[in-house]
Structure formats: C-alpha cells, structure tokens
Design a protein around this ligand. Structure first.
Ligand code: FES
Length: 372
C-alpha cells in the first residue's frame, strides 16, 4: 500500500539497495532542470526505504564506454512509496547530467544504488527547523518540506531560498501552495535579479537582516543548508555572527551533488593495483575482516583498507571518491577498531553509531566484522 508512515516514523538507517529503476516520467522544472520520476519496473512499490535528504547514485555509460557515477538527492518524500524523484540540473561539464538530460527518455531503465547520506531531517530531531537553500541545492530541502507537510509536522519551518532569477526558482508553484496551506511554513525567497519578471520578493542574496526579521531566536534553532560554496560560506559567517553554535548547522556532506555552480562529476576511480599501494605500515599487525552479510572473511594487511579487502574478496561495497569525501562507502563496523585518515564524508551521528568509511578504514591489528 502507499500508506504514509507516522510523523517522524523511524530514525533507522535504511538499508542500501542497487539495481535498475524505470524512468516513468520526466518533468521540466526550469530551462536547465529536469525531474526524473523513477519506479521499480516490476512492482508498485519502491524496493528500498529512504529518509528525507538522502541521495541516490546513478551510473551511466559515457561516450567513451566508461562508467560514470553521480549522486543526486532525492527530491520526493518518503511518504510517497511508489516512486522517487531526482531533480537534476544539466551541467555543461557533467557527463552524467548531460546523459540524463540529452539521452534518457520515459521508459528507459537506469542503474541506481542507494539511498546514501546523513543529511536528513524527519522532524524528530528538533522542535523547529531552518532550511537554507541555493539554486538546485533545494532538492534535499524539498524532500524534507514535502515529508513534513505530508506528516502534518507542527514545528515551525523557516525556508530560505536563493536563486539567480525567477526563471530558475525550482518548485516555485509547489512551495507557494504549501505556504498557503501550512501556517507553520514561512518562506523567504530572494532572487539575484528579476528584471522583466513578476517578482515581489527581495532581490539579491539572502542577508543577515532577512534572517533576523524572519526567525525569532535563531541561535537556538537547528539549521540545514545546501547550496553553492560561496553562498554556504556567506551563510556560515552570518549564522556565526547571529550566535548560532556550529553544532546546530548541518550542511549537505555530499555538497557537489546538488551544487548549481562548478559541479563536476565524481569520477569513478579505478581500484589501485597492489603495486601502487603505500608500503606496509610496520607497527600494525595484519588481521582479518569478516563481512557479516556476505559471510565472507578476508585477510586485512595493515596497509589495506576495508574497501580494498572487500573488493579482493568479491564483496560489493559501493564507492565513488575513494578519498573519504563522499560518504558513499559508509558501512557499519560490528566488531573491532579501525583508523581513518579522512572522515569528511562521515556524519558525526553515524560515527557515534559505529559507521565507518570503508575506503578509509584500516585495521588496528584485531579482527574486524563489517556489515557488508
Ligand atoms: S568512497 Fe567516498 S568516502 Fe569512501
């Protein structure tokens, strides 16, 4: 059935899935942004669960025959069980976004894995929420907004949106409709320029004054941000000036996925050959890693990561960047201890719950058990 889960249903981390979904509809949102509606080709229900704010990874074959992967935040709400929607901006330099825009039509199958990501909000983690988005960085916020509206969440929602022009205001109609229907939703949109268009709102960037005027007691609220780097930087400064503790500011960990400017495709890096790996660290004893789901164990030399050991043992752990940035390779560590050189892609809350980045995790001499 398509029944909605209760408000703030569960904080359980949904299991990730990989397979093919069918493009059932393509909707043009703006001159450069399309929404792809994806559904299970064989069932009337999605084959996975997700939380508002999570993303999927799409893999396409580029012109030179190589696989190219790119992550896109899910814009639809998890209350919609029949399909997911990915809202994608066409980037001139983006192999995957150009393929999606230029080559894919309704009826096609897409290779998808996910959901991934810890940039989520379900209404259970705070009494109110401030969402700040720029450009196509609106997609994770849209999933949150739609979910909170569908579940009649009664906290205050302050939604700031900055776009270059009204033409590029993604989801404008829907946001205006939601604002009319939900008294607890406060929308503040600012357009960089709006010549020749009907725009009664503020022009220019989102400012300190706009935030101060719209949000009482900003310093006590939870903030979610997603947008181009320049905007995120400016907002961080403003929020710090307004006394918002950094721990309350959550940003899209997988930033480039949703950025309107300078977004380049995540290149799928080939697994390095053993010869390219750094020489063995002398202090850490070699150990073993057991993959609990696959029921496979493998040797784990000191210089090898859990991801490399998994690949050697034929256990599939999804990855993209291999350098600790994207968070795609996150797995749960059930036993043992690891070290990680880079943890940028790991949300602190996930780390607390025992998740590690497989591309970074190296053994410390004791046997590991990993959920994969
Ligand atoms: S593959 Fe990107 S963080 Fe591990």
């Amino acid at each position: 059935s398509n029944a909605a889960p209760p408000a703030g249903a569960s904080l359980r981390k949904p299991k990730s899935w990989a397979g093919q979904l069918r493009v059932v509809q393509i909707v043009r949102e703006t001159p450069t942004v399309l929404t792809f509606r994806l559904a299970d080709p064989a069932a009337d229900r999605l084959p996975f669960d997700f939380l508002p704010g999570q993303f999927l990874q799409v893999e396409v074959e580029s012109e030179d025959g190589k696989a190219a992967r790119r992550s896109y935040t899910i814009a639809s709400s998890p209350t919609q069980r029949a399909y997911v929607e990915l809202t994608v901006k066409r980037e001139e330099q983006g192999v995957v976004s150009r393929h999606l825009h230029d080559k894919v039509s309704a009826g096609d199958l897409l290779k998808v894995s996910g959901p991934f990501g810890a940039f989520t909000f379900t209404g259970t983690d705070a009494q109110s929420i401030v969402l700040i988005a720029g450009g196509v960085g609106i997609t994770p916020m849209m999933s949150v907004l739609r979910y909170l509206a569908d579940t009649a969440w009664d906290g205050d929602i302050f939604f700031f949106y900055g776009a270059r022009s009204t033409e590029e205001f993604v989801f404008r109609d829907e946001i205006e409709r939601l604002e009319r229907r939900f008294a607890n939703l406060h929308v503040i949109a600012a357009m960089q320029r709006s010549p020749g268009t009907v725009w009664m709102g503020p022009e220019g960037p989102i400012t300190r004054e706009m935030i101060l005027a719209a949000v009482p007691e900003i310093a006590s609220r939870r903030i979610h941000m997603c947008g181009p780097p320049a905007m995120m930087g400016a907002m961080r400064t403003i929020l710090a000036e307004l006394g918002v503790p950094e721990a309350q500011v959550h940003t899209e960990a997988f930033g480039p996925a949703s950025l309107p400017a300078d977004a380049s495709d995540l290149e799928v890096k080939p697994a390095p050959s053993p010869a390219q790996r750094p020489p063995p660290g002398s202090e850490v004893a070699p150990s073993t890693v057991t993959f609990s789901v696959s029921g496979v164990s493998a040797a784990l030399p000191a210089e090898e990561t859990v991801l490399e050991a998994a690949e050697g043992a034929g256990v599939e752990i999804p990855y993209a960047c291999r350098v600790g940035q994207c968070g795609v390779c996150v797995v749960k560590l059930l036993e043992g201890e690891v070290t990680m050189a880079v943890e940028t892609g790991l949300a602190p809350s996930d780390k607390e719950q025992g998740y590690v980045l497989a591309c970074q995790a190296k053994g410390t001499g004791t046997p590991l058990v990993v959920e994969a």
